[in-house]
Design a protein around this ligand. Structure first.
Ligand code: SF4
Ligand code: SF4
Length: 381
């Protein structure tokens, strides 16, 4: 990939994301003031120049804390206009579409992520409702009986198809990403590095740095709130998934059909997960979108779409649980499932893939870090 030699500031909105990331990191690699702030700055020291796979890898190592931007003496209004989080954010956005499967769907999603997600969710809700009409029409809707509204087989088919599509598309995109960033590495992938990456991902180790307790806020003060919101969202999402797995086991292995009592394991885990998800995403909306700088990021619409989708899923799920024995249940159920299945369809093109791309970038980072500084990772030319 040809790279620009021009180190002077250029307008980010009018440039190739790869060129801008290359220009920015080339300046950083000469300056190195931010060494030690995060894995990005350690990883750049292993390279004299950056090719496309390097830049893709480095972009996904960044979690956009903003510490380096606050510290940078070359940040705007300096003529170099160095803004590492913004340049890497721009490239990550490009990554999601470039590695997506199919690529056209990724581009279409990025064209207008908010409308794409909303229309997908509503279309699925309508389609699912219409598919259930032949079997549910004319039958009384018993209070709390979801299957009287959406036929169980219809629900399973929609859930199975959308979830399988999501897993296949995400797996293919991640495989493509890993092959790209790892293609020149001559160091074997090992379980120690994978274990470290799992630990760092679950504990969000790098969402703070050695100099502060967390990411700087708009007023430059370090704050751990972004990390808390991240943890609430991640673990809330996993608890909701666990609740679905328990409910599936109840249905198929124990022969117990929904609705389940309020104090049963699927409802307790689902409620706890929903509350954590709602709290985490509400915090994100408050923290990120109340800050003018967040809206300058190329990716803010993608951020908002993912956060708002999870927020809507959590909210409709909790309201459905509370009102499941009222006349509002049928409409709430259809809307909630529409958003959930729509989320599965759009997940491979949304910012959700950053979780996996970042995880594999961390694996490569720990492989590189295990090499001694005197003998850094060897990359074929
Ligand atoms: S962000 Fe600025 S201060 Fe930090 S290494 Fe890059 S150029 Fe230097
Ligand atoms: S924004 Fe944070 S994570 Fe990204 S390069 Fe700068 S210090 Fe590292």
């Amino acid at each position: 990939m040809p790279v620009t030699e021009n180190l002077l500031a250029i307008n980010v909105s009018s440039v190739n994301p790869l060129e801008e990331a290359n220009r920015t990191l080339t300046v950083c690699n000469a300056c190195r003031y931010c060494e030690g702030y995060c894995p990005v700055f350690k990883a750049i020291t292993y390279r004299r120049s950056f090719d496309q796979p390097d830049l893709d890898y480095l972009a996904n190592l960044c979690h956009q804390c903003g510490v380096c931007y606050q510290a940078c003496q070359y940040a705007p209004p300096h003529e170099f206009g160095i803004d590492v989080p913004k340049a890497l954010n721009l490239l990550r956005t490009d990554n999601y579409a470039r590695f997506a499967w199919p690529q056209q769907a990724g581009k279409l999603f990025q064209h207008n992520p908010i409308w794409f997600s909303l229309i997908t969710g509503l279309c699925l809700a309508l389609l699912m409702y219409l598919s259930s009409l032949p079997t549910s029409l004319g039958k009384p809707v018993e209070s709390g009986n979801f299957y009287a509204v959406i036929n169980h087989s219809v629900m399973v088919i929609f859930a199975g198809l959308t979830f399988t599509y999501s897993i296949v598309a995400i797996t293919l995109a991640t495989r493509r990403y890993w092959k790209t960033i790892n293609e020149k590495s001559t160091v074997q992938t090992n379980w120690t590095s994978i274990g470290k990456a799992i630990r760092a991902s679950l504990a969000l180790t790098h969402l703070s740095n050695q100099n502060s307790v967390g990411c700087p806020s708009e007023n430059d003060q370090p704050s751990a709130w972004k990390r808390y919101c991240h943890q609430l969202t991640l673990w809330g999402f996993l608890l909701c998934f666990m609740s679905t797995c328990i409910a599936t086991a109840y249905h198929y292995f124990l022969g117990i059909q929904a609705p389940y009592p309020y104090f049963s394991p699927p409802v307790i885990t689902g409620t706890l997960g929903g509350l954590m998800l709602l709290a985490g995403t509400s915090g994100f909306i408050f923290l990120k979108f109340g800050q003018p700088r967040a809206k300058q990021m190329d990716q803010w619409q993608l951020d908002l779409t993912l956060t708002a989708s999870l927020w809507l899923i959590a909210l409709t799920g909790l309201v459905l649980m509370v009102l499941r024995e009222t006349n509002a249940m049928p409409a709430l159920l259809v809307i909630h499932l529409g958003f959930v299945f729509g989320f599965f369809i759009t997940m491979p093109y949304s910012k959700m893939v950053h979780g996996l791309f970042r995880f594999f970038s961390l694996v490569l980072y720990y492989i590189e870090s295990a090499s001694s500084p005197a003998n850094p990772i060897k990359r074929q030319t």
